[in-house]
Design a protein around this ligand. Sequence first.
Ligand SMILES: Nc1nc2c(ncn2[C@@H]2O[C@H](COP(=O)(O)OP(=O)(O)OP(=O)(O)O)[C@@H](O)[C@H]2O)c(=O)[nH]1
Ligand SMILES: [Mg+2]
Length: 386
Amino acid sequence: MGIRATREKERSDEIDKQITEDRKRMGGDCKILVLGVPGSGKSTIVKQMRIEQENGLPESERATYRPVIHQNILDSVHTIILAMHESNTQFSTAQNALFADRILQYNLDETNSLAISSEIADVIHQFWQDSAVHQILAEEKDSLDLMDNAPYLLSDTSRIGSPDYLPSEVDVLRSYKATRDLTETKFKFGRSALSMTMIEVGQRTTERRKWIHHFESVTSVLFCIALSDYDKLPVWGTDTNRLQDSLATFESIINCRWFFRSSFLLFMNKIDLFKQKLTRVPLERHFSEYTGGNDVNKAAKFILWKFMQANRARLSVYPHLVQATATTDKNNIKLVYAAVKETILQNAVMSSNIFKNRLQEVSVTHPDDAEQRCHAFCAFGTCLLL
Ligand SMILES: Nc1nc2c(ncn2[C@@H]2O[C@H](COP(=O)(O)OP(=O)(O)OP(=O)(O)O)[C@@H](O)[C@H]2O)c(=O)[nH]1
Ligand SMILES: [Mg+2]
């Protein structure tokens, strides 16, 4: 073996050793923080990945979503009725007006496992057939604070309201319950030694201070944005839109010192709703510098560009367009796995002695500076390929 080949072998062995040590240090488990503004689809993405990996959700778990879905239906109908009252919209029949009053007075019954009765399910079904309801939805859909999947749930109230209803996987993905506490979901990859824990943090600004210091050693941050949020008012305050709010959150997180060794997966979610909305609400109305019309690719690229501009720390960002409610998308978990592996490798290379020596060779004066690290990493990568 020549001197050069021996040196290559030594380098390769040293990297392998470093990766093994890193894994041992992390107990073979990588932490992925799932972040994003409320309602951006964090829980749905994690649920979708579980369905993908475990070939569905157990019946017992799906059954726990029944009261959540029933509450979602009731909340959605209440929102629509109140909007109709506010705008003095008349129901098509006097009977539907009476139905609306009944629905408003109805609360989920604790003695009936917090489920809607089949009788009220019928009433909601009748209500949903009223043309005035659809008219107000067409006119005010974008200003109503209605949950995204209300039309999906309301159009299926007869099935969902039946006494033996068991939610399907799609129903579970379309339901909404705000995450209040920290939730952890573990994933294992086939026969690989690597496992990951996805951590979703209940998003309340005041809570952020409590959790942020716990996550110094996260391998990757999975940041969710809801593309269709560009015309929605922010959850807190009223001066911008939820997508701007999301951008500001992303900017503060990606440039935060806790994550300087992490990679970012940017999941651009709700592409289905985004496509529909672009034809109704021009993106340029909310982002004046955008000029691409209602072309969904141009619009998504523009939003990605805005987010990439916020990446001053120049961390690795893996963007991905996604519809979290689709059970057919099988690539999310593979993408996360690939990003996590690459991040571990990069971190291993950067902490190895040979990398430190290389830092001196390529005149890196401040190894903590992201740009210099990136430059050194590229130089080192090139030298590995020689
Ligand atoms: N149509 C559609 N709905 C989606 C998509 N992703 C998420 N949703 C819906 O958006 C709502 C909110 O999703 P969640 O995953 O609960 O959002 P979250 O970010 O966990 O929200 P918090 O826990 O409150 O922070 C749910 O009703 C989901 O079904 C999507 O790609 N398309
Ligand atoms: Mg959640």
